[in-house]
Design a protein around this ligand. Structure first.
Ligand code: ZN
Length: 353
């Protein structure tokens, strides 16, 4: 094989190897194999000196052409592989906008909050305004102004959390502090009556506190919704009509209500309201303890003494007040056997509502 044929064969092998190299390291290995110091072409060039002098110019030209052809092919292939490598890197970092998004869990209102909003909406529809008061309350508003002066026997009906000032030296005997966690939302009534003139139509939802051990029907902290109406000519009939409407709005139009005489210190007369059992429709079952009725709220006509504390003329104005527990309504509406389930945070239970 002549030197020219050897060079052309080497060129063809080199070009094929360059085309086959599919990565930059492999391509560099090809370059070293052909053009490196110990490469095939270099070896041939070193042998040129041994050729007869008439063959040398042609062999020199052909070998130079082969070197140029290989270098050019290497350069093109190198550019192609480098840009492919770059694209691969960019692709690995990029966001694939065609992938489906990651779904985030959607939150919802807790059942207690759902019922609170539902009841508030019913009263807003009747023209009531929302009123608020402090949860840490003065004894005066929680008891005294609601017709329960310090030695009134009705105070023992409610077990109270007292708030004591520990910053001073004076030891306060338990039960004698005049600051407490409100035991009902009724103090809001007094604060509203002090601050504005009748007509008053307000609803006061909020947290209240009792020194109760949590059990299926008691919680030490629960949500109460208090209502107060003060206007000229308000009668017990207005109270009954309002609460009957509200109970039907909460529990359904086929439910009935009944009013049983009761005692509250700040209303006279007072009543407890029952709604007919939704499970047995009044026939009597385990849920309603065989009575056909479920106790739902307390209410009454505002006691004239309370008007006296508030500076409202009881000769001219009359009114009614009522209070209901949101947790109890939730339990009755959805047949929840234990109020503590509402606060345990078990999502399997809460997701049902
Ligand atoms: Zn029943």
């Amino acid at each position: 094989m002549s030197i020219t044929e050897q060079l052309e064969s080497l060129r063809d092998d080199g070009l094929a190897a360059i085309a086959a190299a599919d990565s930059l390291p492999l391509l560099d290995a090809v370059r070293v194999e052909y053009l490196g110091k110990k490469g095939s072409l270099t070896g041939i060039l070193r042998g040129l000196g041994a050729l007869p002098s008439e063959e040398r110019p042609m062999a020199g030209k052909v070998s130079n052409d082969v070197r140029v052809a290989l270098e050019a092919a290497l350069e093109v292939r190198n550019a192609t592989l480098a840009s492919a490598a770059m694209e691969a890197r960019i692709g690995a970092d990029a966001v694939d906008v065609t992938l489906p998004g990651r779904a985030r869990p959607v939150g919802s209102r807790h059942l207690i909050e759902q019922i609170r909003v539902e009841v508030v909406d019913i009263f807003l529809g009747l023209g009531y305004k929302i009123a608020e008061g402090p949860e840490v309350e003065l004894d005066y508003y929680n008891f005294t102004a609601l017709n329960q002066p310090p030695d009134h026997p009705a105070r023992s009906l409610q077990d109270t959390f007292y708030v004591r000032d520990l910053s001073g030296d004076e030891a306060v005997v338990e039960g004698e502090s005049d600051v407490l966690l409100r035991t009902h939302t009724s103090p809001v009534q007094m604060r509203v009556m002090e601050g504005r003139k009748p007509p008053i139509y307000i609803l006061a939802p909020g947290k209240v506190y009792r020194r109760d051990v949590a059990d299926p029907s008691h919680l030490p902290q629960f949500t109460q919704i208090e209502g107060l109406v003060v206007d000229e000519g308000i009668t017990f009939g207005d109270l009954k009509g309002t609460l009957d409407h509200v109970c039907k709005a909460i529990f359904g139009p086929d439910r009935r209500t009944r009013f049983r005489p009761h005692f509250f210190p700040f209303t006279e007369p007072s009543a407890e309201v029952d709604v007919s059992c939704g499970i047995c429709s009044g026939a009597g079952c385990r849920f309603c303890k065989g009575t056909g009725w479920l106790e739902i709220l307390g209410c009454g006509m505002v006691d004239p003494n309370v008007f006296g504390y508030a500076g409202i003329d009881p000769e001219r104005f009359s009114g009614f007040a009522f209070g209901m527990g949101v947790e109890r309504i939730a339990a009755l509406k959805y047949n929840i056997p234990d109020l503590r389930m509402l606060l345990e945070g078990d999502m399997r239970f809460l997701r049902q509502f």
